[in-house]
Design a binder for this molecule. Structure first.
Ligand code: GUN
Ligand code: ZN
Length: 437
């Protein structure tokens, strides 16, 4: 048994903060303590109180004056796109055909998959992200590589082999049957092994035949506890092509609805151009809309209307994500900064407490894993990020005039990136390393 006592300024959320003065929405300790035992948080609160509970000789790590928060959660990213990120000049469908599909064919090679999985999770951790819902490539080996690396690090991650059987090059295609068989085998091998979660992952309606979406639906019925992740309503050309391919569907969401893919564990990337009917259908089934601001701006896809989705009569459950490599940064701080700007373009604001709620507890609730991660509550997994709001000269200078926690958080979001991440604990173990390519 290993015990560690962390000291620092702790911040963890209890619920959505309505305003910056909604103090009962969060727990903040100016001199806080977190007692970690093996992979769990076993005590949290004022340092003086937590310290009373520890034995002599417990390892103490003093992170003052930095902030200790639950590790960030990225609800949608593509690990095989590390060498796609920063590809110039295309909208979604051309971007997929020109850059993404050719790159993903390389993941036939298991060794390549293992290398990129290692580098991807290094990069996640360096940026303070301790959980990601990841798309692998179509190749079973890529999912094997991802889960093996994730399990080795004892990270709680959600991932799945992409199912895609048409409208892409031969090297990234499966069939309805092989997608089903490979997904079944991966579920049997990895789901529930340590902290690993399997997500049934049909890429999107364009690259899945009706027979394959049928298979995805069957997998969801056979494994109702699993996540399902796909893309929905990202770009106008994508929507038009989808409706051409599924002429019986009343709208894009109806395609997935028809195959039984909506539900509380269903994660729909983008959801930018939804009709009211589609938003109602997502809301009624408890499905999750995943906001990927850097990707939506980079690919020119559109502006996700976060506040309208939250406030509508039938509100949407929302998560936020990088969507690397359509997204342009691994950092959830950079992601929320761009998210703030997208929301501003819709004439609204997201206050800094709401932003940090979303990054932590909000995303954990949207992924239905808040019993394990997303807070610093006693009993929860010890996934923690240590943030330094004075990490760069410009941040240091700006901090001279920041008087409140709200200002500090907003500064971290606006100016921060991996440099602001001083340490990361994954299941109780310090895990930040420099990336070795
Ligand atoms: N739609 C289908 N596949 C993808 C992908 O890899 N990235 C994004 N942004 N959208 C998609
Ligand atoms: Zn995506």
């Amino acid at each position: 048994m290993t015990s560690t006592l962390l000291r620092g300024r702790t911040l963890s959320f209890l619920r959505w903060p309505e305003t910056v003065d909604d103090h009962s929405a969060w727990l903040y300790e100016d001199d806080g303590g977190l007692l970690l035992r093996d992979d769990r948080i076993v005590a949290a609160g004022a340092y003086a109180e937590v310290e009373k509970k520890v034995d002599e000789g417990v390892k103490k790590i003093d992170h003052r004056p930095h902030l200790l928060l639950p590790g960030f959660i990225d609800a949608h990213a593509h690990f095989p796109q590390m060498q796609v990120i920063a590809s110039y000049g295309a909208e979604l469908l051309d971007w997929l055909n020109t850059y993404t599909f050719p790159e993903e064919t390389k993941f036939q090679n298991a060794q390549h998959g293992r290398r990129v999985a290692r580098l991807f999770l290094d990069e996640m951790v360096r940026h303070g992200t301790t959980t990601v819902a990841a798309y692998c490539s179509v190749h079973k080996e890529s999912a094997e590589a991802f889960f093996a690396e994730s399990h080795h690090r004892n990270m709680l991650n959600i991932a799945g082999k992409v199912m895609m059987d048409r409208h892409a090059p031969e090297g990234v295609l499966d069939t309805p049957q092989s997608a089903y068989d490979d997904s079944k085998a991966l579920i049997a091998e990895w789901h529930g092994k340590g902290r690993q979660h399997y997500a049934i992952t049909p890429r999107f309606a364009i690259t899945s035949s009706p027979e394959q979406l049928e298979m995805a639906g069957a997998l969801c019925r056979e494994h109702p506890d699993l996540h399902m992740q796909t893309h929905l309503s990202e770009n106008h050309a994508e929507i038009a092509f989808t409706l051409q391919l599924y002429p019986q569907a009343s709208d894009y969401t109806d395609v997935y609805e028809h195959y039984g893919l909506l539900g509380r564990k269903s994660l729909f990337g983008h959801c930018i151009h939804l009709s009211e009917r589609e938003a109602d259908a997502l809301s009624e089934t408890g499905s999750v809309a995943v906001f990927c601001p850097t990707s939506n701006l980079f690919l020119g896809s559109g502006l996700f209307d976060y506040q309208r989705y939250r406030r509508r009569e039938k509100p949407l459950r929302i998560a936020t994500a990088t969507d690397v490599g359509g997204g342009t940064n691994y950092s959830m701080l950079r992601t929320m900064d761009e998210g703030y700007k997208v929301i501003a373009l819709n004439g609204e604001k997201l206050n800094p407490f709401q932003s940090f709620w979303q990054l932590t507890r909000g995303n954990a609730e949207a992924l239905s894993i808040v019993e394990r991660i997303g807070t610093l509550d006693r009993g929860s997994d010890a996934d923690i990020v240590v943030l330094d709001a004075r990490a760069t000269p410009a941040m240091r200078l700006r901090m001279e005039t920041a008087d409140t926690l709200a200002e500090e958080l907003f500064l971290l979001q606006t100016l921060g990136d991996d440099r602001a991440v001083r340490e990361v604990y994954v299941a109780g173990r310090a895990a930040k390393t420099d990336m070795a390519v």
